[in-house]
Design a protein around this ligand. Structure first.
Ligand SMILES: Nc1ncnc2c1ncn2[C@@H]1O[C@H](COP(=O)(O)OP(=O)(O)OP(=O)(O)O)[C@@H](O)[C@H]1O
Ligand SMILES: [Mg+2]
Length: 740
């Protein structure tokens, strides 16, 4: 029996159709992603070199899964195939060739926070009135322009004649100039610069066109204009382009996704073959019927007939609660009961919601009930203050042109460098058109720098010392050297002890990540470089941290749930004013409403066996109590699919069409950070469980002898002389050494 026997006829057809453009347009759970994986395997079996294959997924995690599955099917042969997200692929290309369009190959990648800082700088430089133009709005305009591949010049022409809009054009131009000056790219640039590179450089273009003879793109309905162009250029020579998607699941319009890319694929690629998959393997008929009933209400979609032979399954549970507290209590209790009865494991359950803020109540209940849970999204680990500080040191050392990084750490920890000095350096750098750090290097030339000079000089000396240390030390030791030389931990200890504790735990986790990165690199015979690490960090998305081997309930927004599936799904907060959102309702925007309805369709179709839909009559949103009616999407689900006893609340007359919201002055508690993993405590006299002279085993480095143990700030620092890997220093908490 071959692996292709497990596919249905249409799926097989899609797998075997390898030459020329191919569109697989199909509904949720019909095996689109599975087809892509099998197609990669089939190509390799047909003798296509893995090197000639490019597969693009929506998340790094999906890329990893695809690689693993391809490896399962074809053995380790899949090694040199590129399976990655658009962004990772672009970084890989740019690191090699971006110098051809005038950037250094060690560019920094700016995240949203960095972008905001830079935009503030632009606003200051151009004297922009922040009452008229908010930085977030400006960033989103710039981002849309980039996604549409509109250059600052073009943008300016379009804005001709309107004074306010011309100001925005100036902002865009200056923002670009500053990015360049910092040798930095924002997320949109990763795509845009790659397209620019491929357009401008004939040599690079032919290289990649020849390399990627077979290109596949998953979740094609959410590609934007630049991504479309990128794929078009890359596939222009061989034209073996296979895209898969579902127009009903296009949910990223706010990030520039263009649904036309999938809807007009056949117009652009006239010889395209189109294959539809109609059998759903994921869900019960009841769940599918509900999903179909909801999405029917959208206009301008491609009609699809989804069916399944998974059977009718359970009816859908629908519950209305007085308050969001009760909603959370019910969901947590329900999961807990199923697990106690042995019906399911925690990880079979996903709680989905429209906005990140909704996770908090569930989290509280899980903590009280002692149930393991994992929130995807929310405060990103890498955007925490302490982690950003360390990253800024790393960036300062790696790419001295990154002004934002340098300015972030110049007085962190406090070393008496005031804003006046920083501004003087800044103005000088601006005048001379040099980077902030270059200005620091020649700080004695800066007019009026006066008494600030010696402190600036010692900061420069510190950074120069660390640059030298970087060359001598492994990455892990180097990060520890930074912490020690900057006395960062000590500075945290002077803060509020409880906050400091959490921050230090995060730093420990960060150091573990560095160690893991270094170990992985060593294990795969590569150099663990600082740039490589920073790149990995810049590209991690929250969803990448999901680990199927762990038994926890998963909580995430509907947007993050795309492509995933769970035996039991709780779609929570199904209320008009929340989902669909307040803005959509008041603006009466049909396109927005359809986008939200697609999101609802995505949510429903994540469920394999059980679907529970909940709503609360009363909930606190941004500190205000809101009274909401049941979501209009729920009312689109036929009653016969819903468990008896579910009652829609009676419609209340209201003033603005969706419920009234009395104001209260009551604020919600600030989000409380979770307590992370167990740590060794140096005050605990039991020690790390081994002693100097003991033989210990490390999972990567093998066996060695402990030569030193020091009680560091909050952990033991252990030095081991490994028989083959040499001397290494590590923290006991994550070195996980086993006494032999
Ligand atoms: N021919 C098949 N036989 C058995 N199971 C299948 C088959 N095709 C797909 N499946 C299973 O159905 C489920 C859904 O498949 P997959 O995730 O590939 O669908 P999809 O179309 O990509 O869904 P989505 O639109 O949500 O991304 C998976 O668990 C997959 O393993
Ligand atoms: Mg899929």
């Amino acid at each position: 029996m071959s692996i292709y026997d497990t596919l249905n006829e249409n799926q097989r057809e899609a797998v075997f159709h390898t030459e020329g453009p191919l569109l697989i347009l199909a509904g949720a759970g019909s095996g689109k992603t599975r087809v892509l994986t099998h197609r990669v395997a089939y190509l390799i079996e047909q003798g296509v070199m893995p090197y000639h294959i490019l597969a693009i997924t929506f998340t790094n995690k999906a890329a990893e899964e695809m690689k693993e599955r391809v490896d399962d099917i074809v053995g380790e042969n899949g090694g040199s195939i590129w399976v990655s997200t658009f962004h990772s692929m672009c970084v890989r290309i740019l690191r090699r060739h971006i110098d051809r369009i005038g950037f250094d190959t060690n560019f920094t990648i700016y995240d949203t926070d960095d972008q905001k800082t830079l935009m503030k700088e632009v606003i200051r430089l151009l004297n922009i009135d922040t009452k008229v133009f908010k930085e977030r709005m400006l960033l989103s305009i710039v981002s849309s322009a980039k996604n549409e591949m509109v250059s600052p010049d073009e943008f300016e022409q379009r804005m001709e004649g309107d004074f306010q809009k011309k100001r925005i054009a100036k902002v865009y131009r200056e923002y670009e100039k500053q990015l360049k000056k910092n040798n930095a790219l924002d997320f949109d640039d990763l795509l845009l610069k790659t397209v620019e590179l491929l357009q401008r450089d004939e040599e690079v273009r032919s290289y990649y066109q020849d390399r990627f003879r077979y290109i596949m793109v998953d979740e094609y309905q959410d590609t934007n204009t630049v991504q479309f162009e990128l794929i078009r250029i890359l596939s222009d020579k061989y034209r073996n382009l296979c895209v898969v998607g579902d127009d009903d699941q296009s949910i990223y319009k706010f990030r520039g996704a263009n649904i036309q890319n999938i809807l007009s694929f056949e117009d652009v690629y006239k010889d395209a073959r189109v294959i539809k998959l109609e059998q759903n393997y994921r869900s019960t008929q009841t769940i599918l019927d509900a999903a179909n009933a909801v999405i029917q209400n959208n206009k301008g979609r491609k009609e699809k007939a989804l069916w399944t032979d998974n059977g009718q399954g359970d009816v859908i549970a629908m519950k209305t609660f007085e308050s969001a507290y009760e909603e959370a209590e019910y969901v947590v209790g329900d999961i807990s009961q199923k697990v106690r009865e042995g019906k399911e494991e925690y990880k079979d359950n996903a709680i989905l919601y429209r906005t990140n803020a909704q996770s908090r109540l569930f989290e509280e209940k899980f903590v009280t009930a002692g149930i393991p849970y994992k929130i995807v999204g929310g405060v990103n680990f890498y955007s925490r203050r302490e982690i950003k500080d360390i990253l800024a040191y790393l960036k300062t050392i790696d790419n001295g042109k990154d002004d934002i990084a340098v300015r972030r750490v110049i007085n962190v920890p406090k070393r008496g460098i005031g804003l006046t000095s920083v501004n003087r350096v800044q103005n000088y750098a601006q005048d001379k058109d040099i980077s902030f750090y270059d200005a620091l290097l020649g700080a004695d030339f800066i007019p009026d720098i006066g008494r600030g000079l010696s402190k600036l000089e010692s900061f420069v000396a510190l950074i120069e010392y660390l640059k030298g240390a970087k060359e001598k030390l492994g990455l892990f030791d180097f990060v520890k050297e930074i912490l020690s030389k900057t006395e960062y931990i000590e500075s945290l200890e002077q803060e509020d002890p409880e906050v400091a504790q959490t921050r230090m735990e995060n730093i420990d986790e960060f150091i573990s990540k560095v160690a893991a990165y270094e170990e992985n690199a060593i294990a795969s015979g590569e150099q663990a470089s600082l740039s490589g690490f920073l790149e990995e960090v810049a590209l991690v998305a929250d969803i990448d941290s999901l680990d199927e081997s762990q038994d926890y309930v998963i909580l995430m927004t509907l947007h993050s749930a795309k492509g995933l599936e769970f035996p039991s799904v709780y779609l929570t907060g199904m209320e008009d004013g929340l989902f669909p959102s307040y803005m959509t309702i008041v603006a009466d925007d049909k396109d927005e409403l359809e986008e939200e309805r697609r999101l609802c369709y995505v949510g429903i179709t994540r469920a394999k066996q059980h679907l529970t839909l909940t709503n609360a009559k009363r909930r606190m949103i941004r500190g205000e109590t809101q009274y909401n009616k049941t979501s209009r999407f729920l009312k689109e689900i036929p009653r016969y699919l819903i468990a008896k006893g579910a009652v829609f609340e009676r419609e209340k007359p209201d003033r603005d069409g969706f419920g009234f919201k009395p104001k209260t002055g009551f604020r919600e508690n600030p989000f409380k950070e979770r307590k992370p993993i167990k740590q060794f405590n140096v005050n605990d006299s039991s020690g790390p469980g081994y002693d100097v002279g003991d033989r210990v085993l490390h999972t990567k480095f093998g066996v060695g002898t402990v030569t030193n143990i020091t009680a560091g700030g909050r952990d033991y620092e252990v030095t081991v002389n490994f028989d083959t890997a040499g001397v290494k220093k590590m923290f006991a908490t994550f070195a996980k050494l086993q006494k032999q």
